[in-house]
Design a protein around this ligand. Structure first.
Ligand SMILES: [Cu+2]
Length: 153
């Protein structure tokens, strides 16, 4: 039934069996590939989400933020090495995807930080997330909650 909600979406069908549920969304020039989130233990206050955002248009697009009913707020973060210590830094200007380019949120790098989780993110659950782009364009996606190990490829 959930596929009915993908009014502007497309579904990537990978040949052969894959443990990863591959899904994506296209809205205007924005293509969102495989949005997912890592599961969190009960009581955790933060979670992290990942995806690839592709720009299929001919002008740059800027992701400025996101909202989800699953958390009080969402921030865009990147990981940086600081004297051998990994730190998170907010991407306060958002992220820009050039025409024909892509930006990848991935473990160990940039991520969407879900802050103030209202409940734990459970394996194989779908979490609504609205991506907000400069100019007011929004794209609604569902994060699929899965273990990071399935992204070892
Ligand atoms: Cu973070």
């Amino acid at each position: 039934m959930r596929f009915l909600t993908l009014a502007f979406g497309f579904v990537l069908l990978l040949a052969g069996a894959s443990a990863t549920f591959a899904h994506g969304y296209q809205s205007g020039a924005v293509r969102v590939e495989h949005p997912w989130a890592a599961p969190t233990p009960p009581g955790a206050s933060v979670g992290a989400a990942y995806m690839t955002i592709r720009n299929t248009g001919d002008v740059p697009i800027r992701l400025t933020g996101a909202i989800t009913p699953a958390a009080e707020r969402v921030e865009l973060h990147e990981m940086t090495m600081d004297g051998g210590i990994m730190r998170m830094r907010p991407l306060t200007q958002g992220i820009v995807v050039p025409p024909g380019g892509a930006f990848r949120f991935a473990p160990g790098g940039a991520h969407l930080m879900l802050i103030g989780l209202r409940k734990a993110l459970a394996l194989e659950e779908f979490i609504d997330l609205r991506l907000v782009f400069e100019g007011g364009h929004t794209v609604d996606v569902e994060l699929y909650v899965e273990a990071a190990a399935s992204h070892a490829h």
